[in-house]
Design a protein around this ligand. Structure first.
Ligand code: DGL
Length: 268
């Protein structure tokens, strides 16, 4: 039994989709969540900036005695996982490999789509991982930069003409390629699952990268003891908005207010 908390971070709210799965699958775990709400989005930034921000995020989380860190952000996982893992003496779990492994298990026709932020798609991380594991796979990728602001503004419902138009615009080519599996390579995108599933149709399976990372954490970590674990939330800006929107991602309201920190005071 290991009661040390799991540290989880994202550029903002998206990582809460991983926390949601951790709550469901590992209810006894204590979690420290950091959302860099003052500097979101990361997905449009350069690799150097993403690595600098991610080092500070890890440095803040390491002020707690953690058993592992989950990078619940597709962008940081794609660009900075190797760097962060090499600098860490505790396990660092990203979303890319767990999501790819699930897609490889699920695809039947070996045609897989990947969507993510511009930095994620530009990094080629998902594509490389998939093709290394199974070279005969056909992989089709698409950056969807306007999805994150839509999600952060709560525009996620079927019937919302703006999000439905964007989904059609971004996904029509992937749909035309006949993929049977689509990796939601950004942790914000599971909030769009309903709109995306209805556009892509029943024959396409959707892989939630945050949930896949949470499942990987469950498989690899020594669990906490019995009883309900506690989650503490930290943000770098506007705790009130975070609390308001967090319910959408977690499917439950957070009981304690998020705590505000000055992230630039940490690390590199
Ligand atoms: N949650 C981030 C990701 O998974 C997207 C938001 C951002 O661009 O920072 O890539």
């Amino acid at each position: 039994m290991d009661n040390r908390p799991i540290g989880v971070f994202d550029s903002g709210l998206g990582g809460l989709t991983a926390v949601r799965r951790l709550h469901e699958a590992m209810p006894s775990e204590n979690i420290i969540y950091f959302g860099d709400t003052g500097r979101v989005p990361y997905g449009t930034r350069s690799p150097e900036t993403i690595i600098r921000y991610a080092r500070q995020d890890v440095s803040f989380l390491r002020t707690f005695e953690l058993k592992a860190i989950v990078i619940a952000c597709g962008t940081v996982s794609s660009v900075a996982l190797d760097t962060l893992a090499a600098e860490s003496d505790i396990p660092v779990i990203g979303v890319v490999w767990p999501a790819c492994a699930q897609a490889l298990r699920e695809t039947r026709n070996h045609r897989v789509g990947v969507i993510g932020t511009s930095s994620t798609i530009r990094s080629g991380a998902y594509e490389r991982m998939l093709l290394t594991a199974r070279p005969e796979l056909r992989v089709f990728t698409r950056a969807c930069p306007l999805f994150v602001p839509m999600v952060e503004n709560g525009r996620v419902q079927r019937g919302d003409v703006v999000i439905e138009t964007l989904v059609r615009e971004y996904l029509s080519e992937l749909k035309g390629e006949g993929i049977d599996t689509l990796i939601l390579g950004c942790t914000h995108y599971p909030l769009l699952r309903g709109v995306i599933a209805s556009y892509m149709g029943d024959s396409v399976r959707l892989v939630d990268s945050g949930a896949a990372a949470a499942d990987a954490a469950r498989a690899m970590l020594i669990p906490a003891g019995r009883g309900r674990g506690r989650t503490r939330y930290f943000v770098s800006d506007d705790p009130a908005s975070f609390r308001q929107l967090a319910g959408l991602f977690l499917n439950e309201q957070i009981t304690h207010p998020a705590e505000l920190i000055e992230i630039s005071a940490y690390g590199a």
